[in-house]
Design a protein around this ligand. Structure first.
Ligand code: HEM
Length: 266
């Protein structure tokens, strides 16, 4: 009641004055060159943003954070039941593998004398070492599974057909890279299981027609499995393959957008 009778000239109360001061400070900040040079037109942080389809597109295109997101999403595309989010799950597992993998790199040395001992001490002396190692291991197994199921889903929906045939090919490369990442990681614990699995694998490669022995030599870094092999596979596992897979993932996601979003329910 008292508020309605208040004259318009009455002095604003403390909370109002604080709100006004806050607004003035925000206006001053948003008009400054510092602010406008970072947040370009269309950014939601810029003053005067109106919620229109045009501005929404600007927000997506001008933001580093959002630019992978589509400007428009079809209703069916957000239906998890359609894709089972298997592509998204594969990506999530890849991120998890990257984070846990970086943790493991702090405690692991890729030499024939240190590797196995480092894994042992990771279990017993490093805080959360066993947990993180097992998260890395399980996420790797799961990623192979989710990538495979994602491929099966794409096949079942006929999403490999035009105009998505190029992305199917990119997908096949992603599958190969995932399997290679998994296989190169298998050697790193440097235990009996790893040694014999890689011996079998590389012996099989040795039966490649014409270049068999050369292929085997390139993979092993010598005539037999040894410290050269460990170093070679470590570099492949932590540097080269992740780098290549990230590039192909970026192409893969970009193509999903360019091909008009996911295929949609049949
Ligand atoms: C590292 C592995 C992979 C990741 C992270 C990945 C990620 C994704 C994501 C997030 C999508 C959007 C829709 C969805 O979640 O299903 C997608 C779509 C698609 N993916 Fe993958 N993918 C991978 C491997 C593959 C493989 C192995 C294939 C096939 C050989 C493939 C073929 C496709 C195709 C054709 C689409 C479009 C599907 C549609 O329009 O319905 N991808 N992928």
């Amino acid at each position: 009641m008292a508020n309605t009778l208040e004259s318009p000239k009455s002095k604003p109360n403390l909370p109002q004055r604080m709100q006004n001061a806050q607004q003035q400070a925000a206006d001053w900040m948003q008009d400054s060159q510092f602010w406008t040079s970072i947040f370009r037109p269309g950014s939601i942080f810029r003053k005067g943003y109106t919620d229109s389809p045009r501005n929404r597109s600007y927000v997506i295109m001008n933001s580093v954070l959002y630019h992978l997101h589509p400007v428009k999403v079809k209703r069916h595309a957000v239906k998890v039941s359609y894709t089972l989010c298997l592509g998204g799950l594969s990506f999530f597992l890849f991120i998890l593998l990257t984070i846990t993998g970086i943790f493991l790199m702090f405690f692991y040395r890729p030499t024939d004398t240190a590797a196995w001992l480092d894994i042992e001490s990771l279990h017993t002396q490093v805080a959360f070492g066993l947990l993180v190692r097992n998260m890395h291991r399980w996420a790797a197994h799961l990623m192979v599974l989710t990538v495979f199921l994602h491929m099966a889903r794409v096949f079942y929906h006929g999403a490999y057909k035009a105009p998505r045939e190029f992305n199917w090919v990119i997908g096949v490369i992603l599958l190969k890279l995932t399997l290679l990442l998994s296989f190169t990681g298998y050697l790193l614990p440097w235990d009996q299981l790893a040694l014999w699995a890689v011996t079998v694998g590389t012996n099989m490669m040795g039966f490649t027609p014409v270049f068999g022995s050369q292929v085997r030599f390139v993979l092993l870094g010598s005539q037999d499995i040894g410290s050269e092999t460990l170093l070679r596979w470590y570099v492949l596992h932590v540097l080269m393959l992740p780098f290549v897979i990230v590039i192909f993932m970026a192409i893969h996601f970009w193509r999903v957008r360019k091909d008009g979003g996911i295929s949609g329910p049949l």
